[in-house]
Write a protein that binds this ligand. Structure first.
Ligand SMILES: NC(=O)NC1=NC(=O)NC1=O
Length: 242
């Protein structure tokens, strides 16, 4: 199967590290193509960044979605997820939604350790939206800037480990969700150090995408995920011929 990994920020090094993490867990029959928008923030660290990035996701799935059997939106805010599901018929997964569900399968309660503290509310909103707020016992920021993870984040692993240990104790949780796609390459190290399940949303989304494709499941076009209505978009790409 052809899996499109879409990094919604415009950091090429982060796109590369996300692609490497995806390829490390993908099954032998899965081909990974990694892309990012041609415009938008180099990192997504708040509501304004998310809004611009969501438009980038909408445009990127229009330009690159053809031929993909599934798409993964690889940013922990899942920006543009619903728009991408409208635009495509193949399964589209967000790394936050995938990580939350994976964590709920292996622990009665999990904690999220993310980057800037100001982005915690985004994860909290998503937990409510996905119906998993009752399974998450805390969302914790480290105030690590996203671009500090551009090189894979090895320099940040000790700080993330300390935050995870505190979260496990304070929240009485049984698992840790890594709250940034840029942390994907640290998952194995943190799992070994912490001795609890540590979930990286990129890996979870890749394997869930393979499962959905294997089950023959595609995004419903009944209701709100039906194709967007044909119309002109002023100052935007050519009218969308869905
Ligand atoms: N909470 C986050 O750090 N979200 C993210 N911002 C990015 O640019 N990529 C992410 O995964």
């Amino acid at each position: 199967m052809n899996l499109l990994i879409l990094n919604p920020n415009t950091s090429e090094p982060m796109t590369a590290s996300i692609a490497q993490a995806a390829r490390a867990v993908a099954s032998s029959g899965t081909t990974i193509t990694a892309v990012q928008p041609a415009f938008g923030p180099r990192s997504i660290e708040g509501h304004y960044d998310e809004t611009i990035a969501a438009a980038g996701v909408a445009e990127t799935v229009r330009l690159h979605g053809a031929g993909a059997d599934a798409v993964v939106i690889a940013c922990f805010g899942d920006p543009g997820l619903d728009a991408a599901r409208e635009a495509l018929e193949v399964p589209v997964l967000g790394v936050a939604e995938a990580a939350f569900h994976a964590a709920s399968f292996v622990a009665t309660g999990f904690s999220v350790v993310t980057t800037m503290t100001r982005t915690c509310v985004t994860a909290e909103h998503l937990l409510q939206r996905y119906g998993l707020a009752s399974r998450c016992r805390g969302v914790h920021g480290t105030d690590i800037p996203v671009l500090a993870l551009e090189d894979g984040g090895a320099a940040c692993v000790d700080l993330i480990e300390a935050a995870a240990r505190e979260a496990l104790a304070r929240d009485r949780s049984g698992a840790i969700v890594l709250g940034c796609a840029g942390m994907a390459g640290l998952c194995a190290t943190l799992s070994a150090r912490l001795g609890v399940p540590v979930i990286d949303g990129v890996a979870a989304a890749v394997r869930f995408a393979e499962a959905l494709v294997g089950l023959g499941l595609r995004t419903s076009k009944q209701g709100d995920y039906a194709r967007p209505l044909p119309k002109q978009y002023v100052g935007w790409a050519a009218p969308l011929g869905w």
